[in-house]
Write a protein that binds this ligand. Structure first.
Ligand SMILES: NC(=O)c1ccc[n+]([C@@H]2O[C@H](COP(=O)([O-])OP(=O)(O)OC[C@H]3O[C@@H](n4cnc5c(N)ncnc54)[C@H](OP(=O)(O)O)[C@@H]3O)[C@@H](O)[C@H]2O)c1
Length: 221
């Protein structure tokens, strides 16, 4: 049994992470801005009022957790606002950069003291953050923010290796959630999280810093 902390856990992929981790018998700290009936029904520890882009709410969580050991920190919270070139909104680009790239890095930094030798950090990025894989353009804020998150994850994997902490940079697949308008082309959260947990299970110091699809494919930067 391990202790997992999941951000953005009230719905979508984060909620499914909590469900499957609880089923596996782990202790789950589910953080969210505002809980949901589905999350409350899981019977995991729910920490409400955690906005990853708010320094004071992250500090508040840090004080509540104290010296609690975290075995796996899953930074899942994120936003997607699709900006086209003809509809460029700099504020939207900055907002996505703040929530999807800067805040995850600061969140991990805030909880470094709770991680131990053997702990794992998981960053939920997107293949839309892959420069090599970009064949359709657009989505400036989302693509730029997730590319920056990939870079943060790679640096973290290097900087934390001497502490015995490994880092996974994960793409969940195209998943039917509110973020994708519950697309019928996507896989289910259950399918996605099955794969994501398999990647987290196989994460170690040797493969730390890899950019994986939930299906196990290694994605190009
Ligand atoms: N779905 C896909 O196909 C797909 C593909 C590639 C990558 N991803 C990534 O996977 C992750 C989960 O996506 P999803 O599909 O589950 O999206 P989702 O259903 O829209 O859920 C997003 C979650 O992030 C939370 N969140 C947003 N901003 C936050 C903030 N400032 N502080 C704390 N929580 C915040 C939301 O909380 P609220 O309810 O409070 O807004 C919600 O719990 C995201 O990082 C996303 O970029 C998803």
């Amino acid at each position: 049994m391990s202790i997992y902390l999941v951000t953005g856990s009230n719905r979508g992929i984060g909620l499914e992470y909590c469900r499957q981790l609880k089923e596996r018998g782990h202790d789950v700290i589910a953080t969210c801005r505002s809980s949901s009936p589905e999350l409350d029904a899981l019977g995991v520890r729910v920490e409400n009022g955690v906005d990853i882009s708010s320094g004071s709410s992250v500090l508040n969580l840090k004080q509540k957790l104290g010296g609690l050991q975290i075995d796996v920190l899953i930074q899942n919270a994120g936003i997607a606002e699709f900006n086209s070139l003809s509809n460029l909104d700099p504020q939207s680009v900055v907002r996505q950069f703040e929530v999807n790239a800067l805040s995850p890095l600061c969140f991990v930094h805030s909880f470094l003291g709770n991680l131990i030798n053997g702990s794992k950090v998981v960053l939920m990025t997107s293949r839309m953050g892959s420069i090599d894989d970009n064949t359709s353009g657009g989505s400036y804020g989302y693509r730029m923010s997730k590319a920056a998150l990939c870079m943060a994850g790679k640096s973290l994997s290097i900087d934390l290796s001497s502490n015995g902490i490994s880092v996974a940079i994960l793409h969940p697949g195209l998943v039917s959630t509110r973020m994708t308008g519950f697309t019928s082309n996507g896989i289910t959260v259950k399918q996605s999280v099955n794969g994501l947990l398999a990647r987290i299970d196989e994460l170690n110091l040797q493969n730390s810093g890899t950019f994986w699809h939930s299906n196990g494919d290694i994605l190009p930067w």
